[in-house]
Design a protein around this ligand. Structure first.
Ligand code: SF4
Length: 750
């Protein structure tokens, strides 16, 4: 195999947030193979089925290779000059006529770090609007607000290696076997080599992850909040709390309750936190007895007690994993807070294997969306636009007058699509994502785009349900057709080498951003590096690395001494990544622990240095029901999610025949008893309808997953079965992340 390629280039997988290392084989300038990187500490040579086929995404037969402009209702080929000039003109016209906040960008946790950073500069420091928000809003905004409210510092404190030190691993509404398969293989490997390890699957349906679990606990959708409070209740009432530890390292707070579901346009929410004492918190948690929680959640009281005892056992290391189950939740911030609570109360943190770990969906949700600050409220390194000191700090590094950066939080991702409909957003650039398939209550937003209520630009590698609605399409270079940098779920920043050039006239997204900046008159101010003028968006020899190095070293200044220290550009070249903060050349695998994290002062044992007094927060958050629950008209719960073979909306994986043939269409996973009652058998088509719309899909019974009676699951990868038409666009008012996991539907034979 080695002799069949000219060289192997080190990269990472293009798909999930695990961030597996991949070696890319190149022959005659073309990518001809890939294999797992045996030196990668993430995956140690293993990939999942998507990863093994990852290089095939470059050569799908539908690649976009020419810019397209809509003329007389049809997208037709154009030159780059014409397409770029038109986009710049539309931006200028709208800014002049309607103001800076009439334009925006819908970005992506799949963009490389440079692309997110350049987009943040263009919109926040150039145009002067914060209408820049990533698809990560749909993916892990609740994790961000969970971290910020608890720690005032974003991102996990543990690392993947905690798996191998854990005695108990809990999956919270998280089908890790399909969503983070290689990480799950580390879990199963650990279980095999240390059979006493307990895997507990707490979920709303049985999945492939359940097959390996020792215990499966099913809860009624949305009641995970009650289960988490129930565990806290057991810890307190059975004296399992490490009270010295708690008083030394935590404060107690409560926020507002009954905070709404974000269903109206222009929904505004401001949380107000008030301090509590430990006694107040105990009084709050007193009602969440295991018996009370059983009534709400359906989880047996003795199982809640057992979970409390597992957490409260100081000889055991408990590791919690979660992803979309907590985050795509109208009370997602609270779910994150409550999970930290039980780890704090029981001291299940601060040692290898004892941690609470929020997994990310996308390959650079951490690196690009969170760290760079492509969120509508953020600047790089956890800074925010509505803090004058943070704006001043950013303006200094960006070398722009501070008043160029708006103090107003921009529109979040879903609100941007709403604003297209209600007329506030007139020009929207969508980069590296597919919101006209992935957004909830989809028909409303598709219609607004079809009615041409805004001028829409889309940068992508393939035609999608979003490019079909565009006025201009920019063909983008993908994956190793350009040099890249991603940040994975364990704070590991990884470099992806360039292995080939993009096809036809497809070009680097970074180049596209700089070209628009030039045309808007911000090029010299924002991208003053010589290579920004020579890089042609395709060929490395035109200055690609010089440009990317200059941008990296500038961006790095935000991170140093902010607890997020990134290393120099060269330190990542050809390596398997470094976990930040990287201080004095050393990575930090676990944060907040004395002797391990260089930011923790001597004698502190643990220090949550994001908070002014070094203490993290234990929040009193109640159980509240979801935005919509089944009733006589819509008697079933609907949950949506991912499958192993496809990446998100399938725009890449559906162009890989092996993956698409393995999973050719979406389906409605239904309980056998419900299917029987309705006279349905596997493969029969059903119409699934909510108050927002309906789709038709075949049913699956006793497949890889199995929901309980009264509940169905539908994956969202299928561009022909747009299940998001059915989903509700309710969101968590703190994170503004929509809830794709819970709404009410009816099922009829189609
Ligand atoms: Fe690894 Fe995720 Fe890629 Fe699979 S999809 S190879 S688990 S990064």
């Amino acid at each position: 195999e080695q002799t069949e390629v000219d060289k192997w280039v080190r990269a990472t997988c293009r798909f999930c947030g695990t961030g597996c290392g991949v070696m890319v084989g190149v022959r005659n300038g073309k990518v001809v193979a890939n294999k797992g990187d045996v030196e990668s500490p993430v995956n140690r040579g293993l990939n999942c089925v998507k990863g093994y086929y990852v290089s095939r995404i470059l050569y799908g037969k539908n690649r976009l290779t020419k810019p397209l402009i809509r003329k007389e209702g049809k997208l037709v080929e154009s030159s780059w000059e014409e397409a770029l000039d038109l986009v710049a003109l539309k931006y200028k016209e709208s800014i002049e006529k309607n103001g800076k906040d009439s334009v925006g960008m819908y970005a992506s946790g799949q963009m490389y770090i440079w692309e997110g950073y350049a987009a943040a500069k263009l919109f926040k420091a150039g145009i002067g609007t914060n209408n820049l928000d990533p698809n990560a809003r749909y993916c892990m905004a609740g994790a961000v607000t969970g971290f910020m409210t608890t720690f005032n510092k974003d991102e996990p404190f543990g690392c993947y290696e905690d798996i191998e030190h854990a005695d108990v691993i809990i999956l919270w509404g998280n089908n890790m076997a399909e969503t983070h398969p290689v990480l799950f293989s580390r879990v199963t490997d650990h279980k095999i080599s240390k059979p006493q390890t307990r895997l507990i699957d707490i979920a709303t349906r049985k999945t492939r992850s359940t097959e390996v679990a020792d215990t499966h606990l099913e809860f009624i959708p949305g009641t995970d909040l009650a289960v988490l409070n129930g565990i806290a209740n057991v810890l307190i009432t059975e004296n399992l709390v490490n009270e010295d530890f708690v008083s030394k390292h935590f404060n107690f707070k409560k926020g507002l309750e009954n905070i709404g579901y974000g269903l109206e346009d222009k929904f505004k929410f401001a949380d107000v936190a008030s301090p509590l004492t430990y006694e107040d918190y105990k009084a709050f948690i007193a009602k969440y007895t295991p018996e009370y929680v059983e009534k709400i959640s359906g989880v047996p009281a003795d199982k809640i007690r057992e979970l409390g005892h597992l957490f409260g056992d100081p000889k055991k290391n408990v590791l919690s994993f979660w992803t979309m189950g907590f985050n795509q939740h109208v009370r997602g911030t609270w779910a994150n807070n409550l999970c930290y609570n039980i780890h704090f109360l029981s001291k299940q943190l601060g040692r290898p294997g004892a941690t609470a770990f929020s997994l990310t969906g996308q390959p650079s949700a951490c690196g690009t969306a969170r760290e760079v600050g492509t969120f509508a409220h953020r600047l790089p390194a956890d800074m925010v636009v509505n803090n004058p000191e943070h704006r001043a700090f950013a303006a200094k590094i960006w070398n722009v007058p501070v008043d160029r950066i708006s103090p107003n939080v921009g529109l979040h991702a879903l609100e941007m699509l709403r604003a297209v409909d209600y007329g506030k957003i007139k020009v929207l650039w969508i980069m590296c994502t597919n919101p006209y398939q992935s957004s909830p209550k989809l028909a409303r937003y598709r219609k607004a785009a079809e009615d041409r209520k805004a001028f829409i630009i889309v940068s992508d590698g393939y035609p999608t349900r979003t490019t079909e609605l565009a006025d201009v399409v920019f063909p983008s270079a993908m994956w190793v057709e350009k040099e890249g940098m991603y940040g994975n779920a364990e704070r590991r920043t990884q470099h992806l080498g360039k292995a080939t050039v993009p096809p036809g006239e497809a070009k680097d997204d970074l180049w596209q951003i700089i070209q628009i900046a030039n045309r808007l008159g911000y090029g010299d101010m924002l991208f003053p590096y010589p290579a920004a003028k020579t890089y042609d968006g395709q060929r490395a020899e035109t200055g690609e690395s010089e440009l990317k190095k200059a941008l990296w070293e500038e961006y790095r200044q935000f991170t140093v001494n902010h607890g997020k220290d990134l290393a120099h550009y060269e330190d990542y070249m050809g390596k398997t990544g470094l976990i930040w903060p990287v201080v004095d050349g050393k990575e930090t695998v676990r944060r907040y622990i004395e002797g391990v994290d260089p930011y923790v002062k001597k004698g502190m044992e643990m220090e949550f240095y994001g908070q002014p007094d070094g203490k993290a927060i234990i929040w009193a958050r109640p159980y509240e029901p979801p935005a919509e629950v089944p009733d006589a008209d819509y008697p079933f719960w609907l949950c949506t999610g991912r499958v192993l073979e496809h990446w998100h909306t399938g725009t890449m994986t559906r162009n890989i025949p092996e993956l698409n043939n393995a999973m050719p269409n979406a389906y409605v996973e239904i309980n056998e008893a419900d299917a029987k009652t309705m006279g349905l058998k596997r493969g029969d088509k059903v119409k699934i309808t909510s108050r927002r719309g309906s789709v038709v899909a075949p049913i699956e019974v006793n497949g890889r997953g199995n929901p309980p009676k009264g509940s169905v699951f539908v994956p969202f990868f299928d561009d022909q079965i747009l299940i998001n038409v059915v989903c509700i666009d309710a969101f968590d008012p703190i994170s503004c992340q929509p809830d794709f996991k819970k709404c009410a539907v009816k099922i009829e034979k189609a």
